[in-house]
Each structure stands twice: as structure tokens, then as C-alpha cells.
Design a protein around this ligand. Structure first.
Ligand SMILES: Nc1ncnc2c1ncn2[C@@H]1O[C@H](COP(=O)(O)OP(=O)(O)OP(=O)(O)O)[C@@H](O)[C@H]1O
Ligand SMILES: [Mg+2]
Length: 256
């Protein structure tokens, strides 16, 4: 019986460089998993194989018992530290694009009633991330925090089953970052998300996650640095549960 997301003996190698070795991981639906580890440990590489952007060199990854498809699809949404949004589209355009790609993959556009429904959905999602007054702005006209709110809306509009975050708040000022923490915590519960978040900030890892994984090398050969990869060296379950809906409504309205 496998859990929601399951990685079995996953290896990631680039040429003769072993980045990840023997990664075994079972993630329950609804978990918020923080991933920490030194720079170069392979945190982004781990996220990329879960996203399906890269295939692992060995091992299997399954979602609900089914092997991951080798390309990104709407099962997984992703937000990177920067540049997840399209500069030539407005806030509304960026969010609609996420829906249209999923529902009209050939034409890339929806029409008539389908488009009106998509617009309403996009506006609702933008309100949930606090951008209801910024629908017609372009990314260059917005702060870093607003751009990350947009990136989150764009990822969530596809209703992904897993939200993957790669240092999503790393480029933000501390004050803005704490607003974003409140936002992501409330979205986690409001949309019953399963989240995997890479961060350099240990405080953030423990503040947001209900499980914290540390990636590092167990073995190191100073004469052959590429010989061993990192694996999961600590796996700490925390007792935090997703907040209840009523509590998150209040947070969502505050941070809007
Ligand atoms: N496409 C690639 N080709 C070759 N090597 C790669 C590739 N992608 C990553 N690497 C190497 O894999 C190792 C792990 O990289 P990765 O970006 O996953 O680390 P990270 O833990 O996310 O680091 P950081 O904290 O600095 O973001 C690094 O040594 C990197 O140089
Ligand atoms: Mg990285």
C-alpha cells in the first residue's frame, strides 16, 4: 500500500555526478513538508523530479499509486524564488493563462461561457491571495511580494494536488515574508493542499511545515566529490495540523 506521494530508491545523477542517492519518501495527502539542507545538496533537483521536469536516473515516483507522468501536468503546481510569472501578461492574464493552458491546450484560449467561468475563477483566486485590486497591473509594476502572490495564484488555479515551492519567499523582505507565511498557511488549509517547500530558512521550515526533511550527504569522499549523493538524513514529524477553515477565513481577509 503506497501513500499519496511515494519515492522509492530514487537517484538523480548528472553525468558522473551523483546528486541524490537512495531517496525513500512517503508523503501523506495534506502534509506540509519543508525541505532544508546545504547549498548544492540537491533540494531543487528533488523538487524537479517530483514536478516531472526531470526524470530520476533510478527509482520510481508514484502519485496515488500511479507512476508520475514524465512531464508537468495539472497534478502539480510550482512556484520558484523568482520569475514564475510572465512579464508581458497582466495579473489577470497570467492567472487566466494557467486555466486556459489546462482546459484548451491546443487553442490556448477559451471563449464564451467557458471564458466567463474562467474569469470568475481567476478573480476569486486573486482575491484569495490579496490581489483583487491589482488585476490589470503588469508584473514590472508590482513589488516582489505581489509577484509571489501572483505566482501562487497562477499555480493554484490549476487545482494541483501538490504545490511545490522552491524558496518562494527567499527574495522578499522579512515583513513581507511573514505576510506570505500567513497566506500560504491559510491556503494550505483552505484548498486542502499537499505542499513540499524548499527553504534556506530553518525558522521558516519549522514555522510552516508539519514535517521537516534534511537533505545531506551521509558519505563524503574528498578525493571524489561527485561519488556520493545526498539523501534524507533527518525526517522530523511535527504535530501541527492545518488550521480550521473558520480561522483561515479571518487570516485571508486580513492579509488581503
Ligand atoms: N542540469 C544539471 N546539470 C548538471 N549538474 C546539475 C544540474 N542541476 C543541478 N546540478 C548539480 O546538482 C547539485 C545539486 O543542485 P541543486 O540545485 O539541486 O541544489 P540545491 O540544494 O537546490 O542548492 P541551492 O540551495 O543552492 O539552491 C549541484 O552540485 C548542481 O551543480
Ligand atoms: Mg535550489
Amino acid at each position: 500500500m503506497s501513500s499519496f506521494l511515494s519515492l522509492r530508491d530514487v537517484w538523480v545523477e548528472y553525468g558522473d555526478k551523483i546528486v541524490l542517492e537512495r531517496v525513500n519518501l512517503e508523503i501523506e495527502e495534506g502534509a506540509f513538508v519543508s525541505v532544508i539542507g546545504p547549498s548544492g545538496a540537491g533540494k531543487s533537483s528533488l523538487l524537479r523530479v517530483v514536478l516531472g521536469q526531470d526524470a530520476p536516473t533510478r527509482g520510481t515516483i508514484t502519485l496515488d499509486g500511479v507512476p508520475l507522468k514524465p512531464q508537468c501536468d495539472s497534478d502539480r503546481g510550482v512556484v520558484f524564488q523568482r520569475y514564475s510569472v510572465f512579464p508581458h501578461l497582466t495579473v489577470l492574464g497570467n492567472t487566466l493563462f494557467g486555466i486556459e493552458c489546462g482546459r484548451a491546450p491546443l487553442a490556448g484560449r477559451l471563449f464564451g461561457a467557458a471564458r466567463r467561468a474562467a474569469l470568475a475563477e481567476a478573480e476569486e483566486m486573486l482575491a484569495a491571495v490579496g490581489l483583487e485590486d491589482s488585476l490589470h497591473l503588469y508584473p514590472a509594476q508590482m513589488s516582489g511580494g505581489m509577484q509571489q502572490r501572483l505566482a501562487i495564484a497562477q499555480a493554484l488555479i490549476k487545482r494541483p494536488r501538490i504545490l511545490l515551492l522552491d524558496e518562494p519567499f527567499g527574495a522578499l523582505d522579512p515583513g513581507i515574508r511573514s505576510d506570505m507565511h500567513a497566506l500560504i498557511t491559510s491556503l494550505w488549509s483552505e484548498y486542502a493542499l499537499t505542499v513540499m517547500m524548499v527553504t534556506h530558512d530553518i525558522g521558516e521550515a519549522f514555522a510552516l511545515g508539519n514535517r521537516v526533511l534534511t537533505l545531506d550527504k551521509l558519505r563524503h569522499d574528498p578525493h571524489a566529490p561527485n561519488r556520493y549523493g545526498a539523501s534524507i538524513v533527518y525526517d522530523l514529524p511535527l504535530t501541527r495540523k492545518a488550521p480550521q477553515r473558520a480561522e483561515t477565513r479571518a487570516v485571508l481577509t486580513q492579509s488581503a
